[in-house]
Design a protein around this ligand. Structure first.
Ligand SMILES: Cc1ncc(COP(=O)(O)O)c(C=O)c1O
Length: 401
């Protein structure tokens, strides 16, 4: 009790975050506010990376008069789901539009699935290194996210034995990011089969995040979606327009559901109630989804060219020194650098910011273990990217004895 008989107000434990700003974040905000010249190698918002968006054709479908009527549908409007189904046909997979749920983001899709599959305190396994947003999503739904290790040996691999050891009586699902962010590797067919086997053995669902599926590097363009093939366990494939059409501001994504007849009927019925409780999709966005998906080749082509040019520029710069190397990249918008690991990565990132004006994420942010990992975005405008990488290479050269 406080003085005067009032009790201290209590916030929920799930929002008991550490709000302390890191020195890196504080200095970055200060430098940005001062208009300092920075080489931002964390840039991942495609609408800020200098791509040519065709305004008229993107905005025109938002004028569709169909949007003047409210037709609530927990799955989303049928033409939009048919367009998503067509997206999978283009990837060689068959998906019934009735098995698709539209959501405002992949993040929302995760949240729907966590509520579908988990009770408070249940566990979902996810590969590490991985995307840090998932920790927040799980915590907000009272689910424990349990990492399973991915290891690098001339490419990224799944440690199946480690994954198996993570399964316990509270485990409800395994999440796979295909291709993974930020490691940029695809799950191999044999790995998929092994994960499905484990799910089957322990009665687990499979959640597959394919937001970067369309961004395979040269030679990796035809990697299969988990929507293809048979589905021995309940499988939920997620994707959305933030990456597929480079339109994160439009807030459109989906869940495609696969399972044996009985589980599928259950999943659809339950998801219908979850989605109906929110009905979060707006009509104009749903009306525009078919056009944005149809025209996705336009932004994708520009982004792929950017990724390949930046990767080539990175290799050309790294060729002239030995202290910084990169890991193989199969797909996605990021690359991982190996730098001298003589101090915590946060300190390296802070030095790069303060001494070289380079903005990079330390690997620890994505769950890399050990020291000496930096994650860089390949989406950054080409001049910024080149200058930033040159500055990193110079930084370590200048530092070396
Ligand atoms: C692997 C992965 N999944 C999901 C998301 C979030 O996507 P959305 O904008 O649809 O919520 C991101 C965002 O970068 C991501 O990297």
């Amino acid at each position: 009790m406080r003085e005067g008989g009032s009790k201290k107000f209590a916030w929920s434990a799930r929002t008991q975050w550490d709000f302390t700003e890191t020195p890196w974040a504080r200095h970055l905000a200060r430098l940005r506010a001062a208009g300092a010249q920075l080489w931002d190698l964390t840039a991942s918002n495609p609408t800020h990376c200098g791509f040519a968006y065709h305004a008229a054709s993107i905005l025109a479908p938002l004028q569709d008069p169909v949007a003047l009527h409210y037709e609530p549908n927990p799955r989303g409007l049928r033409p939009a789901r048919e367009a998503v189904s067509q997206y999978y046909s283009d990837h060689g997979a068959t998906v019934d539009p009735e098995h698709i749920f539209l959501t405002t983001s992949t993040s929302e899709a995760y949240s729907f699935l966590l509520r579908l599959l988990c009770d408070p305190g249940d566990e979902v396994l996810i590969g590490q290194p991985g995307y840090p947003l998932f920790d927040f999503l799980a915590r907000l739904d009272d689910v424990h996210l349990v990492p399973y290790e991915l290891f690098y040996d001339h490419g990224w691999h799944l440690d199946l034995q480690a994954l198996r050891r993570r399964v316990n009586s509270r485990t409800r699902a395994i999440a796979v990011v295909h291709p993974n962010n930020p490691t940029g590797h695809f799950t191999r067919k044999a790995e998929r089969a092994a994960i499905e086997g484990l799910c089957r053995e322990h009665g687990l669902a499979l959640i597959v995040d394919e937001v970067f599926l369309d961004y395979g590097m040269a030679g990796q363009e035809d990697q299969e979606s988990f929507a293809s093939g048979s589905h021995a366990v309940p499988t939920f494939v997620l994707s959305g327009l933030s990456k597929v059409a480079a339109l994160p501001q439009m807030k459109a994504a989906w869940i495609a559901c696969f399972a044996g007849e009985e589980d599928l009927a259950e999943a659809l019925q339950r998801l219908e109630v979850i989605s109906d409780t929110f009905l979060s999709m707006s009509a104009p966005i749903q009306c525009a989804i078919p056009t944005w998906l149809r025209d996705r080749a336009v932004p994708q082509r520009q982004i792929r060219e950017r990724l390949e040019r930046n990767l080539a520029a990175l290799d050309a710069i790294l060729l002239h020194q030995t202290l910084v190397t990169r890991l193989e990249v199969e797909a996605g918008w990021y690359a991982v650098l190996r730098v001298p690991g003589l101090q915590p990565e946060e300190e390296t990132a802070l030095e790069l910011l303060l001494e070289r004006g380079v903005v990079v994420h330390p690997g620890g942010f994505f769950g890399f273990s050990g020291q000496g990992w930096l994650v860089i975005s390949l989406l950054a405008p080409e001049t910024d990217f080149r200058r930033g990488i040159e500055a990193i290479a110079w930084h370590f050269k200048a530092d070396s004895p």
